[in-house]
Ligand binder design. Structure first.
Ligand code: 13P
Ligand code: SF4
Length: 300
């Protein structure tokens, strides 16, 4: 309780904004100024006019904010909160792939390091991957690092999509059998899954959305029950916004360990010390910024 009071008071004093991803623990979501998906949080980071951003999420999200707003202090309350998928491709590996496909445009999922964004033509999130790929003039696209999002995007484009073998361990573990079993248990529920899921899981689902897309769908749908195929943090937000509807996780072990490392004590410490700060060298940031800004210019 005191932590919440102290966080809110210090947030004012520091002129800070707290951004939180939809997978953060409930207490952290509740103290945030904005809770959202990767696209919403990137847009917010680009337009915010506060001096300090406390980014409750994982490394690539804070890096993206630091790239877009180099004049701001971007603080990641837990230094060790990182996304394993973002580190599944190195800049050298991407350069080798580009050499093999010199005519291809390079699209990187926002779940990637600043160096990978700097090596790419444009960035995308799970909310706009299809629109970003279709906005390009090239007929071939290298899509890194997520093989599942690449396969999902490939369903909605005539372009040749050359993917990398990265994946999110949380979503890649979800199975089509789990969808069938959940449907049998809740026959009236709609099944919403994330595009980081395997193709066979997407085939079994009713809808595929980024986490923000799931939120919008749940509000607008006439259905009263939903089976949710993404990280479990999303269920809290869905229930909070739709208290009269039921949300069932596809499985109880879809947990991103790194998203859960941030708690109120760490948020308070981050506000007190403005550490650990996330910075990106201007040489990398300038090139990465072009990829992110090009993404932000794509209308969806
Ligand atoms: P979105 O919230 O953008 O759908 O991203 C999901 C995710 O796995 C972020 O790490
Ligand atoms: Fe990375 Fe998956 Fe965790 Fe998102 S949920 S941060 S993609 S490991």
């Amino acid at each position: 309780m005191t932590a919440i009071k102290d966080i809110l008071a210090l947030k004012e004093e520091r002129q800070a904004t707290i951004l939180a991803h939809n997978y953060q623990i409930p207490e952290v979501q509740d103290v945030a100024d904005l809770v959202g998906d990767s696209l919403e949080l990137s847009r917010a980071a680009a337009r915010l006019d506060t001096e300090v951003i406390i980014f409750c999420g994982v490394d690539f999200m804070a890096e993206t904010a630091a790239i877009l707003s180099p004049q701001k202090k971007v603080v990641l309350p837990e230094k060790g909160a990182w996304c394993p998928m973002a580190h599944m491709i190195t800049p050298d590996q991407l350069r080798d792939l580009k050499a093999l496909h010199p005519k291809a445009a390079v699209v990187c999922y926002v779940n990637s390091t600043a160096e990978i964004k700097a090596e790419s033509d444009v960035c995308c999130t799970s909310a706009n991957g299809v629109q970003v790929v279709n906005s390009l003039s090239e007929n071939e696209v290298i899509f890194v690092p997520d093989r599942n999002l690449a396969a999902y995007v490939a369903r909605f484009t005539d372009k040749k999509v050359i993917s990398w073998n990265g994946y999110c361990y949380v979503h890649d573990h979800l199975t089509a059998e789990q969808v069938k079993a959940a449907r049998a248990e809740h026959p009236r529920a709609e099944v919403l899954v994330h595009p980081e899921c395997r193709p066979e899981v997407i085939d079994e689902a009713d809808f595929t959305y980024s986490t923000a897309g799931m939120g919008r769908h749940a509000k607008a749908s006439a259905a009263r029950e939903f089976i949710i195929g993404t990280e479990e943090g999303m269920i809290y937000r869905l229930k909070k916004e739709n208290p009269d509807k039921e949300f069932y996780p596809l499985t109880t072990n879809a947990v991103c360990q790194n998203m859960k490392k941030t708690d109120l004590v760490k948020v308070l410490r981050a506000l007190q010390t403005l550490e650990p700060q996330v910075t990106v060298s201007e040489e990398i940031a300038a090139r990465a910024r072009r990829s992110i800004e090009r993404m932000l210019a794509v209308k969806i």
